[in-house]
Design a protein around this ligand. Structure first.
Ligand SMILES: [Zn+2]
Length: 106
């Protein structure tokens, strides 16, 4: 069945800008600020804001807000740096809130 359809995309729920690929989901078991969230290895058509240190449930991280490059809606954040060894896998990856993105094309 693979190959018959185009890549499964997630889009900004506000303006339908394509922001991530389903195949780039690393984990669906994340908690965003307001809702469940997905961890993606890549995101596209997004702007990454200034870095800041945040104490999250899993320890201290340097993160940056990620917003839609089209409508500027904040969709989640990017992990720039994790200080706990067990959290290093998140570095360079993106959290997108499930409530802020919609499935497109599938
Ligand atoms: Zn948007």
């Amino acid at each position: 069945m693979e190959g018959l359809i185009g890549p499964r995309l997630y889009s900004c729920s506000n303006c339908r800008n394509n922001v991530a690929l389903h195949d780039d989901i690393v984990s669906k078991a994340f908690q965003g600020r307001n809702s469940r969230a997905f961890l993606f290895s890549h995101a596209m058509n997004v702007d990454v804001g200034p870095k800041e240190d945040r104490h999250l449930m899993t320890g201290l991280h340097t993160v940056a807000d990620v917003s839609c490059s089209d409508c500027r809606e904040v969709l989640g954040w990017k992990y720039e740096r994790a200080y706990e060894e067990s959290q290093k896998y998140k570095e360079g990856k993106y959290i997108l809130e499930k409530s802020k993105i919609v499935k497109d094309n599938w």
